[in-house]
Design a protein around this ligand. Structure first.
Ligand SMILES: *Cc1c(COP(=O)(O)O)cnc(C)c1O
Length: 396
């Protein structure tokens, strides 16, 4: 449970989380009084004299709609600085841009697939090296650390088995080795978990998921309290150019206003669904940090405000029966991705994790009957009826 900023304590982003999510970074427009930040659809800005700009000179470098979003995201993470990117992958790429040939990275062995691909297939060719370890096992993390380790990359909760990693402990390990600790906070969102307050140096987001919240935009962000890191991120925004356009920034800003409302309902619905699945005779295991049976339930309760909207479970079923099940739901749409208001369902073995050979996949705990759901904000009884009916249809 993170301490809320007092509205009168002179913080740059006043107000409690719900207030900041609506107002931070967004003053009514000085000229027209427009309550919402305009979408500044402009590539360039007139200068009052050569080299005398009014804070903006070119929209890759900076755009007022993007600034509003960056300030809003920083405020949500209790951070000093925020930078927006064209996608979550672009923001992760930017963290890796900090490193030099010869550097080493320790990352979770169940990080997002795109992160794994970026590390192995893009950055290894620049002579960076990576160790993927179970980051819930701190001895394994410690023994993976080398003198050349410059970054510890953490996700929590992880995908699709919803492991919960101890941010404070992993940040300590990183700092003891003069490495940075970066946390991908996409699954939890800043409403549920604020990694900088637990000692992380950088937080990365895919804005495409809960922060956008409506499955209509792709974006990414990095937030930090470190001025030097923020300057580097700004340098890479400008030099690499993977920045979001102002319309995308506007959509994410519209999403973050309702983040607390949506997350409360996502969490409430997910908890109900997880508990009912746990009691269902055709379900052999439920992976949800909010269940007492979850191995890191206590840590999750300490580190997070609530347990999130993602639930995975194992059906007592074959690969084909499980494929039938995920095809049979009507309210849950069969799709990858997560974090929108609508509920989604997917089978990791045939979809998000299909590229992993079966033996390796089973060893990693990703059974043929494993199903991942992104529980939306629809009426929970409609969601439950849908799941129950689809289980019955597939396993009949
Ligand atoms: C989706 C996702 C990403 C990648 O973000 P994009 O916006 O799709 O580029 C990174 N990390 C996690 C945990 C994600 O879920």
């Amino acid at each position: 449970m993170t301490e809320q900023i007092d509205p009168d304590d002179g913080q740059p982003h006043g107000g409690r989380f719900e207030t900041r999510s609506i107002h931070a970074g967004q003053e009514p427009d000085g000229e027209t009084g427009a309550v919402m930040p305009p979408i500044y659809a402009t590539s360039t800005y007139v200068q009052d004299g050569p080299g005398e700009d009014r804070g903006y000179e070119y929209s890759r470098t900076g755009n007022p709609t993007r600034t509003a979003l960056e300030e809003n995201l920083a405020a949500l993470e209790n951070a000093e600085y925020g930078r927006a990117f064209a996608s979550g992958m672009a923001s992760i790429n930017t963290v890796l841009n900090l490193l030099e040939a010869g550097d080493h990275v320790v990352a979770g062995d169940d990080v997002y697939g795109g992160t794994h691909r970026l590390f192995r297939q893009v950055f290894e060719q620049y002579n960076l090296s990576f160790s993927f370890v179970d980051t819930t096992d701190h001895d394994a993390v410690l023994s993976a650390m080398r003198p050349a380790t410059e970054l510890v990359w953490v996700e929590t909760p992880t995908n699709p088995l919803m492991r919960v990693n101890d941010i404070a402990a992993l940040a300590d390990i990183a700092h003891d080795h003069d490495a940075l600790c970066a946390v991908d906070n996409t699954f939890a969102t800043p409403y549920l978990q604020q990694p900088l307050d637990h000692g992380a140096d950088v937080v990365s987001h895919s804005l495409t998921k809960y922060l956008g919240g409506h499955s209509d935009v792709v974006g990414g962000a990095l937030v930090t309290d470190d001025e030097h890191l923020d300057e580097r991120f700004g340098f890479y925004q400008n030099s690499v150019g993977a920045t979001p356009d102002p319309f995308a920034c506007f959509l994410v800003l519209r999403g973050t206003k309702t983040l607390p409302l949506r997350m409360d309902r996502h969490c409430e619905n997910a908890r109900t669904i997880a508990e009912r699945l746990d009691a269902h005779p055709d379900v052999s295991h439920v992976y949800y940090p909010g269940l007492d049976s979850h191995p890191q339930h206590d840590l999750a309760a300490e580190q997070m405000r609530d347990f999130g909207g993602m639930v995975s479970f194992e059906l007592d079923a074959t690969l084909d029966e499980t494929a039938d099940f995920v095809s049979a739901t009507e309210v849950f749409a069969l799709a990858e991705s997560l974090g929108g208001v609508e509920s989604l369902i997917e089978q990791p073995a045939t979809m998000t994790h299909a590229s992993i050979p079966r033996e390796e996949r089973l060893e990693a705990g990703l059974a043929d009957g494993l199903v991942r759901i992104s529980v939306g904000v629809e009426h929970v009884e409609d969601l439950w009826t849908d799941l129950e009916a689809a289980i019955e249809a597939a396993l009949a």
